[in-house]
Design a protein around this ligand. Structure first.
Ligand code: RP5
Length: 170
């Protein structure tokens, strides 16, 4: 699924549609930063040929970063990384078995040679921000939007009513 009708720069792939409620937070944040993305549900073990087709054609379509989310024996991000030289960010999805520790270890413990940048369990927003930071290296306008996002985040904490006494020290 392509978002915004223009060439996507971030390719988000989930092992299952059941991961979408988590990963839609990444889609939303990328949208706020005006970064076009596409979202797919492709299981690495149930549809490996389709996954290879998706990854193989992505760079030509404009994709520059992948975000891959999976739960359990979460090999999807590693398999995506094996088939591309573009950066891959892995998002471990929470599970019933070990609260997502199984997913986290499956993604973060990549043996050397093929890196996957791993965020926290359910860390869809940080995955989106990390993808934005990578894209911003060669996109000064995006860098400006990212800085504005950060500044607004900081301001919202400074403006919290519990911090009223500290405001004069700004
Ligand atoms: C993984 O197994 C998916 O990424 C999902 O997190 C988990 C459960 O998948 P379904 O039972 O929803 O197919 O492949």
């Amino acid at each position: 699924m392509a978002e915004h009708g223009i060439a996507a720069r971030v390719g988000i792939v989930c092992g299952s549609r059941s991961d979408f409620p988590v990963m839609e937070k990444a889609v939303e944040l990328l949208g706020k930063l005006e970064i076009p993305c596409e979202l797919h549900a492709i299981s690495a073990h149930r549809a490996p040929d389709l996954l290879f087709r998706f990854v193989g054609g992505a760079e030509a379509r404009g994709i520059r970063v992948f975000i891959a989310a999976a739960g359990g024996a979460a090999h999807l991000p590693g398999v995506v990384a094996a088939k591309t030289i573009l950066p891959v960010i892995g998002v471990p999805i929470q599970t019933q078995v070990a609260g997502g520790l199984d997913s986290l270890l499956s993604i973060v413990q990549m043996p050397k040679g093929i890196p996957v940048a791993t965020v926290a369990v359910g860390g869809a927003e940080n995955a989106a921000l990390l993808a934005a930071e990578i894209l911003a290296l060669s996109d000064p306008e995006l860098r400006g939007r990212l800085q504005a996002y950060r500044d607004a985040q900081t301001r919202s904490i400074e403006d919290d009513e519990t911090n009223a006494d500290l405001r004069g020290e700004r």
